[in-house]
Ligand binder design. Structure first.
Ligand code: ADP
Ligand code: XUL
Length: 558
């Protein structure tokens, strides 16, 4: 039998450059976590003055960006923390990472020379201050490119055609529309840009001291890649901006090697010069790896800054909702995903308004209110929402003559406010009823065989209880809610192994039959409850979707 073990004593490092923080996880050769670190942007890099890791610009509708240099400084800071805790960098055989999807970095003409000659005596941030033609990177929360989305869809023959071609219709946060906006509004800046990276390929570029390729999975989040053939789509490139292909560089599969670690890190932190940097990918694809999702009946729910729901499939159906990416841990197949912008930060907002800024009080309210919330339904959009495409606003409804025994044919009426406990239940039921409805509409399994939850809010048992009742499925969780950096560390090991074997090896070979002995195993956190309640939620979900459709008709952006 083929030996898929990793060299004893070797370590594998995975990063997650997300909206609010940079995190890292280190796995040993048995795939057990041996170290982890975090740099929280707002509190540990306060001189950038971000709130939740971002700048919101009220003067320009929907513009949301992050300072590119903050991500650079976070990398030095995080590696410094590992150095202090005496991590033996020399044992790290491979590094990979995860980046918030869609965000982009613009390298100024001549910057590849700066990147290729970094001086190990100085921090990165002191050397890269002039490397970017745009100092503030547009990120996934940005919704300022509606015009560009319309233009691109029109140029390729419509929204559905773009979805068939690239895996998604045009979305404001997608990198293609963001690039088009820069080309239209700041043509000089576009001209001065020699390379455009995603957050993922940007961080990989720092580590190899040269421009890294964009990986095919994260590349599918740009509206620029032909999803079937995994190459840049000429039609989409032309619809976006001239001369774009040379600024994007090559595409590469997620398990490929980006390069060896740059001398900067060898000299400054004592990495081994043979340490491999494996292609970085998006955060959701890395979570898919970290959750060891391996069967089409599994559904993953990630409750981070954004809420996402994803699974794998061999037969994707491109449509107007949802996203299709190449499977990040296989050379065949696809990952399908839905994304909500109003995730943790909107729950936090309701917690702060109604529950004394405490998750404990929030959970008490959730526990003391009845499932179905006595017919109170809420729609909470603190940010412009993606799914459905609705502007900022809170909408609350009560179903007339509600009894939990008869949910058919009830009429709703709009109200100004709910009492605090009902508000808490309304946001949780609302978010997950919407998630279930859209996931079913997109063809995801219903009910799922199992749900695997991850991200900051997956540590909240009361929230998991609602998810389980609404979806009618058991909910599993992982040891640490940060499955993106864990998945990145696993992918680092996988990339190392593929290189060692000189061919692609299925990732499951690394943990098959021994998942429970590794840090990747998941545990049952919430058993499915009452099937009768699940059926009632099905009816409530239909009602909710009617109201949602009316809201979209009235207020929708598209
Ligand atoms: P990201 O990686 O997208 O930056 P995380 O996965 O680290 O985000 O999640 C951070 C979020 O988790 C915070 O914004 C916070 O609201 C949420 N969170 C943390 N603990 C809890 C809890 N007990 N209940 C609900 N949400 C929580
Ligand atoms: C996915 C998306 C978000 C970001 C969050 O399409 O926009 O989940 O990846 O980091």
């Amino acid at each position: 039998m083929e030996d898929y073990s990793l060299p004893q004593d070797s370590l594998f490092l995975g990063f997650d450059s997300s909206t609010q923080s940079l995190k890292a996880t280190v796995l040993d050769s048995n795939l057990n976590i041996v170290a982890s670190e975090i740099v929280h942007f707002d509190s540990e890099l306060p001189h950038y003055k971000t709130k939740d890791g971002v700048y919101r610009d009220p003067s320009e509708n929907g513009r949301i960006v992050s300072p590119t240099l903050m991500w650079v400084e976070a990398l030095d800071l995080l590696l410094g923390k590992f150095a202090k805790s005496k991590l033996d960098f020399g044992r790290i055989a491979a590094v990979s990472g995860s980046g918030q999807q869609h965000g982009s970095v613009y390298w100024k003409n001549g910057s590849s020379a700066i990147l290729g000659s970094l001086d190990a005596r100085k921090p990165l941030v002191d050397q890269l201050g002039n490397a970017f033609s745009i100092k503030e990177s547009p990120i996934w929360m940005d919704s300022s490119t509606t015009d560009q989305c319309k233009e691109i869809e029109k140029a390729v023959g419509g929204a559905l055609e773009l979805s068939r071609l690239t895996g998604s219709r045009a979305h404001e946060r997608y990198t293609g529309p963001q690039i088009r906006k820069i080309f239209e509004k700041q043509p000089d800046v576009y001209r001065e840009t020699e390379r455009i990276s995603l957050v993922s390929s940007f961080m990989a570029s720092l580590l190899i001291g040269a421009y890294a390729s964009i990986d095919e999975t994260d590349g599918a989040g740009m509206n620029l890649m032909d999803i079937k053939h995994r190459v840049w789509s000429k039609i989409s490139l032309e619809a976006t901006a001239p001369g774009l292909e040379e600024k994007l560089g090559q595409l590469a599969p997620a398990h490929a090697i980006a390069g060896f670690i740059a001398p900067y890190f060898v000299e400054r932190f004592h990495f081994n010069k043979n340490c491999l940097i494996i292609q970085w990918s998006g955060d959701n694809p890395n979570s898919l790896a970290g959750l060891t999702l391996n069967s089409p009946g599994d559904l993953a729910i990630s409750l981070g800054t954004s809420d996402t729901v994803f699974g794998i499939t061999n037969e994707p159906q491109p449509c107007l909702e949802g996203h299709i990416f190449p499977n990040p841990v296989d050379t065949a197949g696809y990952m399908v995903m839905l994304c909500y912008k109003n995730g943790s930060l909107t729950r936090e907002d309701v917690r702060n308004q109604c529950a004394e800024q405490s998750w404990e009080v929030f959970n008490e309210f959730l526990e003391k209110t009845p499932p179905l919330n006595d017919g109170k339904l809420g729609f909470y959009y603190k940010e412009h929402e993606i799914l459905p495409p609705l502007p900022v606003g809170f909408h609350r409804y009560v179903l007339r003559n509600f009894t939990s025994d008869s949910l058919n044919g009830l009429e709703e009426h709009e109200v100004e406010e709910f009492d605090a406990p009902s508000e808490v239940r309304a946001i949780i039921e609302g978010q997950f009823l919407s998630m279930r409805a859209h996931a079913e509409r997109f063809g995801m399994p219903s009910p799922p065989k199992r749900i695997i939850a991850t991200g900051g809010a997956s540590s909240n048992q009361s929230i998991l209880k609602s998810i389980s009742s609404i979806f009618g499925s058991d909910v599993y969780t992982v040891q640490r809610p940060d499955s993106a950096s864990l998945g990145a560390a696993l992918r680092a090991a996988h990339g190392w192994l593929c290189n060692n074997k000189r061919s692609f090896v299925p990732i499951s070979c690394m943990y098959e039959d021994r998942l429970e002995k590794t840090s990747l195993g998941c545990k049952l956190s919430m058993k499915t409850g009452d099937p009768e309640l699940h059926s009632k939620y099905t009816l409530l979900m239909k009602k909710r979707m009617n109201i949602e459709e009316n809201l979209v008709q009235k207020l929708g952006r598209w």
